[in-house]
Ligand binder design. Structure first.
Ligand SMILES: [Fe+2]
Length: 137
């Protein structure tokens, strides 16, 4: 679906996957982890299917409300991929594709170090976001 509205998407997906695997290899990831990483790179923006075209293709800068909608694409992508059991490890990675080491990313505001998303080989449950942890206290 995205391919129909995003010319050049195939090239972008494959280039992101190629670069991600180069980095993953440098980090010492094993074949199974690299496979998950490659799939996640290829599918990282699948959640944009739920983002209105008026936002995806807006020629000017997005306003705050539009950014709020745009930022949902990682969580929507996770939800889509979680519907296929074989893709659940990929879903976890897709959710984290806009996190930043300094904690300024989304959707969970994870920081590098102890908040880093789980290793790709760990197929257990996703880390609980810091805000959710605080709310539970
Ligand atoms: Fe994205």
């Amino acid at each position: 679906m995205l391919r129909e509205t995003e010319p050049g998407l195939d090239l972008h997906q494959h280039e992101v996957a190629r670069l991600a695997c180069i980095v993953g290899d440098e980090l010492g990831m094993q074949n199974e982890e690299l496979d998950v990483l490659a799939r996640a790179a290829e599918l990282h923006d699948i959640g944009k299917m739920a983002t209105p075209d008026a936002i995806l293709h807006k020629p000017g800068p997005l306003d705050d409300r539009e950014w709020e909608i745009m930022r949902r694409h990682t969580v929507v992508g996770e939800r889509i991929l979680n519907s296929v059991s074989a893709l659940r490890p990929v879903a976890t990675v897709v959710r984290s594709t806009h996190e930043r080491v300094d904690g300024s990313g989304y959707p969970d505001g994870l920081r590098g170090g102890s908040d880093s998303p789980q290793r790709l080989g760990d197929r257990g449950q996703r880390r609980v976001p810091r805000d959710d942890q605080r709310a539970a206290l």
